[in-house]
Design a protein around this ligand. Structure first.
Ligand code: ATP
Ligand code: MG
Length: 174
């Protein structure tokens, strides 16, 4: 079914605001529609896990921002935090089942190490992928890449200027 990501992102962000008063949670409005094809409940679970991690691993608070990149064929949902960050040598293991980083700075933060493994599986089942960039002590950025609805493809092929507009941050045409 068609799933609009923006309202799900907003709902999940709102659900975290009450418990995390030290954080500023911000959704940057997307430049185009955020429809993808898939399972709304499963995609919501991915957002709950990633936004949940963003606040959980930012014990001092800070900003958690979700923004969108509306590329012609791909919707990218980007979740940024200003938290503990992830050591370079942990990045490749992060999406493995039960993997947790065992640093003194996060030993008190509970979890099973399954969240990201589940996220990866769900996104893969949607023909997408998750990528991560992080700097220890600075913050993390997780990006969910999902194929957009097929219908945008022939339209964009016919109007290549529109395709260019949607790949950049220029004003949208529709
Ligand atoms: P669960 O999600 O199952 O409750 P978890 O949060 O430990 O437990 P994952 O979500 O899979 O498991 O994350 C794996 C590890 O990656 C975490 O233990 C944490 O150390 C690190 N991590 C995940 N997201 C972030 C983040 N946004 N900032 C810093 N570290 C993170
Ligand atoms: Mg987690």
């Amino acid at each position: 079914a068609d799933v609009e990501m923006l309202p799900i992102v907003q709902e999940v962000m709102e659900s975290f605001t009450m418990n995390y008063t030290k954080h500023t949670l911000r959704v940057v409005p997307p430049a185009a529609s955020t429809f993808v094809r898939g399972d709304a409940d499963k995609l919501k679970q991915v957002l709950v896990n990633l936004i949940g991690n963003a606040v959980k691993y930012s014990p001092e608070g800070g900003e958690v921002t979700v923004e969108f990149r509306c590329l012609p064929k791909t919707l990218v949902v980007i979740i940024r935090d200003q938290g503990l960050g992830i050591p370079r040598d942990a990045l490749s293991k992060l999406f493995s089942k039960f993997y947790r980083i065992d640093n003194s700075d996060r030993r008190k933060i509970g979890g099973t190490g399954l969240g990201l493994a589940i996220c990866k599986e769900i996104v893969k089942a949607h023909d997408g992928e998750i990528t991560v960039q992080s700097e220890l002590g600075i913050g993390s950025m997780f990006s969910i890449h999902l194929p957009r609805q097929d219908v945008t493809v022939p339209v964009l092929a016919a109007y290549s200027e529109v395709a260019v507009a949607l790949t950049t941050d220029q004003p949208r045409l529709f």
